[in-house]
Design a protein around this ligand. Structure first.
Ligand code: ADP
Ligand code: MG
Length: 230
């Protein structure tokens, strides 16, 4: 028990340190990106291509920094009733606009509402749909199925037509920095699980109806006291 407490304190300490470092790196990183984009406008040919690489890698650093900050504060925000259908459609539309979905077909089914901090809930949905679309690949399909639980909780299951998760990767999926992608950050699922847990929920993994993976976010109902105070 004592060892567990020590371990817990240690992890919390590391988390605070990581968050501190991330916070400090954020500003200089923003300046670097600003200047690179400025230079890109003046550059041509090979130089322009090199600057593109610098920009991409700086954006990657920003993603990591943002992920670390999210890991350190996954759930401290005001809860409200969130219509899930609307949230899912918004997330899909946002990914579509930034052309992160390619020609992947995305379907949204069902409806329910959840008790959550809206921006964080959307972030979980975004991470799961992004992963699903990346796994499905060109010409693939992604389905979001929203469900209401009998106890008043809600769920969103995101499944894809991709290759699924390899058995050997399964135990490591939610570890920070675990990635099988050449330029992944490995933070999407770690952050999403932290957010789900901060809401009293969880994310489950199995094989879905489209042949690939299925990631299901499950959220508990609000207590009557919570709803009354909102
Ligand atoms: P990243 O997307 O940056 O790799 P994530 O934390 O989002 O990091 O995902 C971690 C890993 O989990 C991925 O690299 C991939 O191996 C696996 N994974 C996540 N979603 C899926 C999916 N829908 N199908 C197959 N593998 C997946
Ligand atoms: Mg991801």
């Amino acid at each position: 028990h004592q060892a567990q407490l020590v371990q817990h304190e240690k992890l919390a300490g590391i988390g605070r340190l990581a968050a501190g470092v991330a916070h400090e790196i954020n500003n200089p990183l923003g300046v670097i990106l600003g200047y690179v984009r400025l230079l890109q406008r003046k550059a041509e040919g090979a130089l322009a291509e090199d600057l593109k690489v610098v920009e991409e890698e700086a954006v990657r650093c920003q993603d990591i920094v943002e992920g670390l900050l999210d890991l350190s504060r996954p759930g401290r925000g005001p809860r409200e009733r969130v219509p899930l259908r609307e949230a899912c459609e918004e997330v899909v539309a946002r990914l579509r606009e930034s052309s992160r979905l390619g020609d992947v077909e995305v379907r949204v089914e069902g409806d329910a509402s959840a008790w959550a901090w809206p921006p964080r809930l959307r972030q979980v949905l975004l991470n799961l749909v992004k992963n699903a679309a990346e796994a499905a690949g060109q010409g693939g399909t992604v389905a979001l199925v929203i469900g209401a639980a009998p106890d008043g909780g809600a769920s969103v299951a995101v499944s894809d037509s991709g290759p699924g998760v390899k058995a050997e990767d399964l135990p490591r999926l939610f570890e920070p920095f675990f990635t099988t992608k050449p330029s992944g950050t490995g933070l999407g699922l770690a952050v999403s699980q932290a957010i789900a847990e901060a809401h009293g929920g969880r994310i489950e993994t199995d094989t879905g109806p489209l042949g690939g993976a299925r990631f299901t976010l499950r959220l508990p109902p609000a207590s009557p006291a919570q709803e009354a105070m909102a």
